[in-house]
Ligand binder design. Structure first.
Ligand code: NAP
Length: 285
């Protein structure tokens, strides 16, 4: 078995390599990196480091020659990533990779309001059409997405949201990484996993947790989507980022990120990390 991980220099990819080390020897792991120097620390720990730039499709197959299981961590290049994922899937097919495991988004569907859903739906289609054996990990929200609220709580005492009474079943990145490692080292996985935290929190609960962790007195300010856009504009965000943030809150308001499926804790064999613990660990540095 040779397991390759794309995006191994990223936050999730690094944690996946850590989690794989608990299942297999790292000489069975290939850390794929656009800049191999950034993955040098993984090489020092025994992983094979290979150059892998999604934007150089002609070079991808060579890096996958002996790979049995490939984790395709979705690219962060929004707007280009479907083409990047297509190049990876084609290279995997050309070289005879046995199985692709892909990190998608919780509840990704054609009707989702989540702005990240369309790229994931399209990539899932590419995988289905490829004929390759594949597993979809539909990852819910990272709790780390809310680390910037620590500063907002301290500075403004407020969490601004247009998500209404929607909830978020977030989990720590390390939980999703452990799940990916478990699936990569399990030959008979399910075709699709909907992965999320064990607890779905409201924004009132987020504010309470921020207050407990920072000592500030943070409150939720519920706003309409248009008021949210205006607040973000005044904070200096570019229009595309504003639509992204408001789109995510619309998806949360509709319940798209609140499902507590239990599949993540089942895969990792322990409860998922509570939001409090992720925020407190970041606060303590
Ligand atoms: N579920 C959630 O809450 C959530 C939140 C944010 C993102 N995501 C998704 O989950 C993915 C992983 O999250 P993360 O936190 O690990 O993101 P990240 O830290 O931004 O890592 C992204 C990885 O993609 C690599 N990459 C970007 N362009 C590439 C290219 N042209 N060729 C090869 N590699 C390339 C980066 O390499 P470099 O080190 O060279 O830049 C990096 O290793 C993200 O990319 C995004 O699709 C999910």
């Amino acid at each position: 078995m040779t397991i390759a991980v794309t995006g191994s220099t990223g936050a999730l990819g690094t944690l996946v390599v850590d989690a794989l080390a608990e299942h297999v020897s790292l000489d069975q792991v290939v850390a794929l990196a656009r800049d191999p120097q950034r993955a040098a620390h993984l090489g020092e720990r025994g992983a094979q480091v290979r150059t892998f730039d999604y934007d150089r499709p002609e070079d991808l197959a060579a890096a996958l020659h002996d790979v049995t299981d490939l984790l395709l961590i979705s690219s962060n290049a929004v707007g280009q990533r479907v083409e990047q994922h297509r190049a990876v899937i084609e290279a995997a097919r050309a070289t005879g990779v046995g199985r692709i495991v892909y990190t998608s988004a919780l509840g990704a569907s054609d009707t989702s309001l989540n702005p990240v859903a369309p790229d994931h739906v399209e990539t899932e289609r590419l995988l289905a059409d490829s004929g390759l054996d594949h597993v979809i990990l539909r990852n819910g929200w990272y709790s780390e997405n809310y680390l910037s609220e620590l500063e907002n709580a301290r500075q403004y005492g407020a969490v601004v949201t247009s998500a209404g009474d929607g909830t978020v079943a977030s989990a720590d990145r390390a939980d999703y990484a452990a799940a990916a490692a478990a699936v990569l080292t399990t030959p008979h996985a399910k075709p699709v996993y909907e992965l999320s935290g064990d607890t779905a929190w409201t924004f009132e609960e987020l504010a309470k947790t921020l207050s407990a962790v920072t000592g500030a007195d943070a409150e939720v300010r519920h706003v309409s989507p248009d008021e949210h856009r205006e607040a973000l504009r005044q904070a200096g965000l570019p229009e595309a980022a504003i639509e992204f943030v408001v789109g995510i809150d619309a998806a949360i308001a509709r319940g798209e990120l609140g499902a507590t499926t239990g599949e993540l804790s089942a895969l990792i064999g322990r409860p998922t990390t509570p939001l409090h613990d992720t925020l407190a660990a970041a606060e303590q540095g």
